[in-house]
Design a protein around this ligand. Sequence first.
Ligand code: SF4
Length: 371
Amino acid sequence: MELYIHIPFCARKCSYCDFLSFAGKESCMEKYGEALLRDIRSHGGFLLKDTSVSSIYIGGGTPSLMPEGFYERLLEEIKVSFALQKDVEISIECNPGTVNPDKLKEYRIAGINRISFGTQSADDRELQLLGRIHTWKDCVQSVRMAREAGFDNINIDLMMNLPGQTKDTFARTLAEAISLAPEHISAYSLILEEGTAFYEQYAGHPELLPDDAQAAETYETAVRILAEAGYGQYEISNFAKPGRECRHNIGYWRREEYLGIGIGAASLLEECRYRVETDLQGYLGALTYEPAEHLSEHDIRDEAVMLGLRMNEGISVSELNERFGSAYAQCFTGKMKNYVSQGLAFSRNGRYGLTVRGMLVSNSIIVDLME
Ligand code: SF4
């Protein structure tokens, strides 16, 4: 099982962000930390004591804003409440500009062994446009400090298709990121989410954003540059040095069970999806879930195909056959053969997956496969 811990605090709200995160709520941090410990105790102690945890992901928000000493307590509580696998992967998301050598040392002592920096761009003009609180110099320093603190598994998050960005400017960002030698790089495309400042600004002005052809060029360039630098692509947006793929995310794409702790966090347990309520004050008072969603066979199949095709390993036809029956496996195979003939998919060792060109149009392929 994978464990996810949500920390919803941020120093400032970025212009494009619709994650469940708040700026200016620092006064709630301590109480929130206590509420997380309460939930870990109750889930681990009563419900899932014997379930073994293979990865823990502390995400947000900006987890690196939590008070000193908090993660030692958190990890201690997790170790007491759950059975952790010996080589458990424990990741924390940090924003450059919010870490220092003492915090990073504390994370290592607590047992955190992977760190993910939300760097987004190596171009200070783009960082400012995104509403980020840091500069590229802060990112370089943060990665250096993490190395000095003993982290040997570092991720850098980057964003593609920003206003005014071209494949060449993104290639420069990639070159800077690669020069820091992280073990893992994620490169996500900007999505305009309703309710954000970016949505207001750009939804009515698509001409200010890269068009589909430019986005495709940027993506193909990124995949090539990363491959040349030794980062294997294992998912649409994720690239890693050999053996450094993020175990937590792979578990999610393979539909392994996960437990989410903290406000708004989702869980998938016994094919049922739960989500903790999203109201901060309510959550501080008591753990409350939104109504559970019982997934039907159809939902499970669609989700397995949607997530499986995100990964470069693709989907095994024999597993589909075993799990969802021969009629669906045959239908899937027929459609995928068609995509292979168009150069959008590949077939290898009994599996079908998407080529780089196929990943660019993955949404329409997935919709077709769900019909
Ligand atoms: S730091 Fe991350 S979670 Fe916080 S506002 Fe920015 S993008 Fe959203």
